[in-house]
Design a binder for this molecule. Sequence first.
Ligand code: 13P
Ligand code: SF4
Length: 386
Amino acid sequence: MVVSTTQIGLPLFVLGQSKDPHSERGVDCPGELPPASDPALVQRARRAKAALGDRLFVLGHHYQRDEVIQFADVTGDSFKLAREAAARPDAEFVVFCGVHFMAESADILTGDHQKVVLPDLAAGCSMADMATFDQVEECWEVLEDAGIAGVTVPVTYMNSSADIKAFCGRNGGAVCTSSNAKRALTWAFEQGEKVLFLPDQHLGRNTAVLELGLSLSDCVVYNPHRPNGGLTEAQLRDAKIILWKGHCSVHGRFTAESVDDVRERVPGVNVLVHPECRHEVVTKADYVGSTEYIIKRLQEAPAGSSWAIGTELNLVKRLATMFPDKNVSFLDKTVCYCSTMNRIDLPHLVWALESLAAGTLVNQITVDEDTTHWAKVALDRMLALP
Ligand code: 13P
Ligand code: SF4
């Protein structure tokens, strides 16, 4: 099954429960999904992987379950995985254990002879779904009417659909990830006077204010569900950075109170959060960075130190196991996985690998030629950042 996202139209179906055939397409596994209770799943995955040998390259994002991450040839944050995908021209199949926008980016960055596979097509991202192509085009028209489109550089977070990346490529902009947002915004402000930052308002605000020294009053939030984004022309003209009203449903859960609370409970605790967290959380934290940065910070931390981590739970649990000499806890009191990242489980991975080993290509992610061209322009600008 080949799925072109620009053909099916986002948003992807998130939870896989509905009976609506328009939203459910892609959720069904064509073929037999092994039961999660099958005790031979690990063995089956190993066997299929060995049968595929060098034809296969498996990428795993840090938020993936342990049962899946053990089969990744490389693990990483979004930036590292994009680079790794681009650096494997010999792999016929790139199986992406992550979410849809990551697999799309891998398809854009790999050659035509390579096939990118997402083991469960319902592994989307609620943040990416918060900016559709039509909404972004409409926003650009609002900026044109306000006379500022010509001096505005669009920058999209990696967590966006391929057509939003292509929009940025076409309009002189770039992609960024949480590990290079400062460099990308610095670059963008060298190209123009203003930045339209999509779709994560928190990463945009945190980077602009805490890394680039802009003030909160330099930022406005464009709400795609309000006429003219809910902003006046004067507000748009005065702003340095126009933040799209999008957020991550996982990182949006952490609150400033959770930081105060952990500081009271755990003396000397280090609070380490992802920049997708809200501004008031990031401002109260001790350290901020991408998933790769979070891991590095823990690796370098002295034995006996205490860490409260504000990011997805699979990664926090893994860190606690990896560093038993450090006191690692989840920043929030209630647990929170990324439900879409979690859709990639061992049964889906086994099904995808066994299908490929048997000569059946399943769940291929493809991006059409024009979108690929312009999205690659934006991705290449990111990859070329100093
Ligand atoms: P990074 O791994 O790039 O930090 O991104 C986090 C994330 O939310 C991916 O969806
Ligand atoms: Fe999207 Fe947030 Fe999940 Fe990342 S953690 S895939 S941004 S919903």
